[in-house]
Design a binder for this molecule. Structure first.
Ligand SMILES: Nc1ncnc2c1ncn2[C@@H]1O[C@H](COP(=O)(O)OP(=O)(O)OP(=O)(O)O)[C@@H](O)[C@H]1O
Ligand SMILES: [Mg+2]
Length: 345
């Protein structure tokens, strides 16, 4: 919802007020953990959105709900404008998986060691279409070429491949069904630094050449800046800030985003790695009790939902939800926006 405020095209993927609660403490327990507190996120065709936030902020839960590996407690998921939770009950249908694929963090655990690489790709292809003989061979080889792997590796077992090569196989498997959206949950975090960039470049090429939209989940803001058109920040299950990648990194408006950004080394930016500023921010952010919006001990607004503010020009698509946010200037581009509907209008 929020990301489309300046565009009129239908988002390829959208969540509306998506809530996920997990039961804690066994079957009889009534204790619930709210992993997602009503998340609105959307992406346009061919756009890469980086989803960032610290461990436990709900990034994987959001991706798993969208991939329909988890059942959301409430809210909507729209693929190409169609609410999938009401039109497709239960698990993801074959048709849904044909349009939306997930790539996981662990390239070592995601490929069963007893099968050859060709098996994983063939199975994915057969899920969508019946190919045999030369047509199948050709498709397998083109998938391998698409992820820059030698076709000879089709006969290899996973243990014969490096982590980077396995992650390319996982991406090829996702591509086998020709998806419109890929959800990549920390796809490079277990890879050697030297091969990460290759996988990021591959993802970028898939966006550019095939128009695939992606949600790229990461802890690493530097790679988000490199790859993503936009960044969305999750904090304790709440989307607190989003906008064009360079804008978010240059002008973080939420203390939590500023904390994340301040950890990224940047010789051109004053304050990166400033331990004193980071300590201040951390204290402010951690002062928030269970409510991520209650950052100021003296602030009476605790437990109420802050409205969304637009930061800067509308073209930057920069929105923040924080009671502490004050526009940098009283008038002009940074004027306070009272509700999201007003933002959209
Ligand atoms: N199946 C589950 N059962 C109970 N609680 C869960 C389950 N999955 C996730 N959670 C909880 O939901 C919250 C969000 O978890 P999630 O895995 O989405 O975080 P994350 O942002 O992906 O973290 P990380 O960066 O460490 O991968 C955490 O508090 C986690 O303990
Ligand atoms: Mg995770």
């Amino acid at each position: 919802m929020t990301a489309t405020t300046t565009t009129t095209a239908t988002p390829i993927l959208e969540t509306r007020a998506l809530v996920k609660e997990f039961q804690q403490g066994g079957f009889l327990s009534k204790r619930m953990l709210r992993a997602l507190g009503g998340v609105d996120v959307s992406i346009q065709p061919g756009e890469i959105l980086a989803l960032v936030g610290e461990s436990g902020s709900g990034k994987s839960t959001l991706a798993r709900c969208i991939a329909r590996l988890e059942k959301p407690t409430s809210g909507q998921i729209l693929l190409d404008g169609v609410d999938v939770l009401t039109t497709e009950k239960g698990h993801a249908s074959r048709e849904y998986r044909g349009r939306l694929q997930m790539v996981f963090q662990d390239p070592f655990g995601s490929l069963n060691p007893v099968h050859r690489i060709s098996h994983f790709l063939e199975r994915a292809i057969r899920n969508q279409e019946r190919l045999t003989g030369a047509a199948l061979e050709e498709r397998l080889e083109s998938l391998m070429a698409r992820v820059d792997l030698d076709a000879n590796m089709l006969a290899s077992y996973p243990h014969e491949l490096s982590g980077g090569q396995r992650q390319r196989v996982a991406i090829a498997r996702a591509l086998a069904v020709d998806p419109k959206v890929i959800l990549a949950d920390e796809p490079t975090s277990m890879l050697d630094v030297s091969v990460r960039i290759g996988v990021l470049n591959l993802m970028r090429a898939l966006r550019d050449d095939k128009g695939i939209a992606m949600i790229y989940i990461t802890h690493d803001l530097a790679s988000a800046r490199y790859l993503a058109d936009r960044i969305a920040v999750l904090f304790a299950g709440e989307l607190v800030e989003e906008g064009e990648s360079l804008e978010i990194l240059a002008n973080p408006a939420h203390p939590y985003t500023e904390l994340l950004v301040s950890a990224v080394p940047d010789p051109d930016r004053a304050g990166s790695y400033d331990p004193e500023r980071r300590a201040q921010l951390r204290q402010r952010v951690l002062a928030a009790d269970s409510c991520p919006f209650d950052g100021d001990p003296g602030n009476p607004c605790s437990r109420t939902e802050p409205v969304r503010h637009r930061v800067g020009d509308a073209g930057l698509r920069h929105l923040v939800r924080c009671h502490l946010y004050r526009p940098a200037t009283a008038a002009g581009a940074n004027a306070l926006v009272p509700t999201v509907e007003d933002v959209a209008s």
